[in-house]
Every structure is written in structure tokens, then in C-alpha cells.
Design a protein around this ligand. Structure first.
Ligand SMILES: Nc1ncnc2c1ncn2[C@@H]1O[C@H](COP(=O)(O)OP(=O)(O)OP(=O)(O)O)[C@@H](O)[C@H]1O
Length: 232
């Protein structure tokens, strides 16, 4: 489903004329299968976010190939990449990134509105997903009227409402207490098993990584060999 082949990226850091080259991704090669939960783990600064940004098409790597669903993505232009993202990827972030002036229902509905889906169809889809993530009771609440765990459920539902085959989660439980973290991890596993969504989770939290079928450990821009383990 995702094939990353020999991906390299170097950032130029510092003042113009005195820039320093900092290699951040060094010859990364790995695959993610359809229906897998994969965790990319590693210390702060190891290159996890940069890797996610390249796979998700927010930036192009200097070298290498990234094939998603059979489509080479690194040479797409900005507009093509945005369209590709819309059709293939959903995103969950540590700080939820919900629209504060929209209710839970409206936050989840928004991507469908942007896609021009009719109101009746939107309502049916949102209600189904609200039920799936256990938020029916709080559909009319605004984000500041929801707990952290509920907010993350809204953001997961919003990410899934357009049925993307791949969901990227960047430290999805980073703002949550450990009990709520467990709830969200169970939800991710359930969505993977019942809806077949492929998850790529970026985390430095081993508890989170332990729900993955395979872990890829990054160190200093490289994948540590021999450290992909089948947990489930
Ligand atoms: N836009 C950028 N310009 C220059 N350097 C960058 C840029 N983005 C990241 N870096 C550098 O690349 C390296 C890897 O950063 P990255 O954010 O990918 O690591 P990370 O593993 O995700 O860290 P964290 O867990 O703290 O988010 C760091 O040294 C960082 O300073």
C-alpha cells in the first residue's frame, strides 16, 4: 500500500551563505501493507515527522521514491498532491485541531461539505460515524465542552468521514492521560479491524507503539535494522 524506497532528505539550516547541511532522512526503505497498523518510533529529532511529511505529500524528499496505492507521489505538483491527500489520507494530531466554533457533528461533517456532498447524505454518514466512535450523546457539544478523549474521537471521526484508506496519527495520545490513552488505542485497533483502515502512527511512546503490527525505529534519520516486531 505504501512503498518507501531509498528516501533521502537534507535540510539547509542557518543564515544565508552560511547554511549547514543536515541530513535528516538517510536511505529509508520500507513498506506498509494494506490493513496494517505501523508505528514509527524514535527520539525527538530522529526524523519521524519529516518522514511523515514526505509520505503524506506535504513535502517532497530530495531523493527516492514513495509509491502509495500504486501511484508515485514524489513528482506530483502541489495541486496534485493536495488532491491525492484528500482522496487517500486522513490525519489525526496530538492537539486535535478541531474548529472551535463548530459542534462535534459539524466538525465531522466539514470534509463532506468541502467535497460538495448533499446535506441528507452528510447527516447519515456523520450519524453512523458518531455512533462508531461513541459520541452520539455529545454531537451538539462544542470542542471546549468535550473532554480530551472525546475531542480526539471527534478528530478521528473527521479524519475517517471521507473513507480514506490510510490514516496518519502524529502522537495521537500525546495530550491524554493514560486511561484515556487506552480508550483511544482501543478505538484505533477497532477501526483497523472493522473498517480495514491502514494506520501509520508516529510516536515516542512505547505503549502506543505496542498496538502496532510492526514497529519501525528511527535513529538519526535511519531505520534501525532488525527492530520491526510483530506484536499482534
Ligand atoms: N523545516 C525544517 N528546516 C530545517 N530543519 C528541520 C526542519 N524540520 C525538521 N528539521 C530538523 O530535522 C531533524 C528531524 O526533525 P523531525 O521533526 O523530523 O524529528 P522528530 O523525530 O519528528 O522529532 P519530534 O519527536 O521532536 O517531533 C531535526 O534535527 C530538526 O531540527
Amino acid at each position: 500500500m505504501i512503498q518507501v524506497q531509498n528516501v533521502n532528505h537534507t535540510f539547509l539550516i542557518g543564515k544565508k551563505g552560511k547554511e549547514k547541511k543536515v541530513p535528516v532522512l538517510k536511505g529509508l526503505t520500507f513498506e506498509v501493507e494494506k490493513g496494517e497498523v505501523v508505528a514509527i518510533v524514535g527520539k525527538s529529532g530522529s526524523g519521524k515527522s519529516t518522514l511523515l511529511h514526505t509520505i503524506a505529500g506535504f513535502m517532497s524528499p530530495e531523493q527516492g521514491s514513495i509509491i502509495v496505492n500504486g501511484q508515485e507521489t514524489v513528482h506530483l505538483n502541489e495541486t496534485e498532491r493536495a488532491k491525492f491527500r484528500l482522496n487517500n489520507f486522513g490525519f489525526i494530531f496530538q492537539n486535535f485541531q478541531l474548529m472551535p466554533r463548530l459542534t462535534a457533528f459539524e466538525n465531522i461533517e466539514l470534509p463532506l461539505k468541502l467535497k460538495g456532498i448533499a446535506a441528507k447524505k452528510r447527516k447519515t454518514s456523520v450519524q453512523l460515524l458518531l455512533k462508531k466512535v461513541g459520541l452520539e450523546e455529545v454531537a451538539d457539544h462544542y470542542p471546549n465542552e468535550l473532554s480530551g478523549g472525546q475531542q480526539q474521537r471527534v478528530s478521528i471521526a473527521r479524519a475517517l468521514i471521507t473513507n480514506p484508506p490510510i490514516l496518519f496519527a502524529d502522537e495521537p495520545t500525546g495530550s491524554l492521560d493514560s486511561e484515556t490513552e487506552q480508550d483511544i488505542l482501543l478505538l484505533i485497533q477497532d477501526l483497523n479491524q472493522t473498517m480495514g483502515v491502514t494506520f501509520v502512527i508516529i510516536t515516542h511512546d512505547e505503549e502506543v507503539a505496542n498496538i502496532a503490527h510492526r514497529k519501525f525505529r528511527m535513529h538519526d534519520g535511519e531505520l534501525v535494522k532488525g527492530d520491526t516486531s510483530n506484536v499482534i
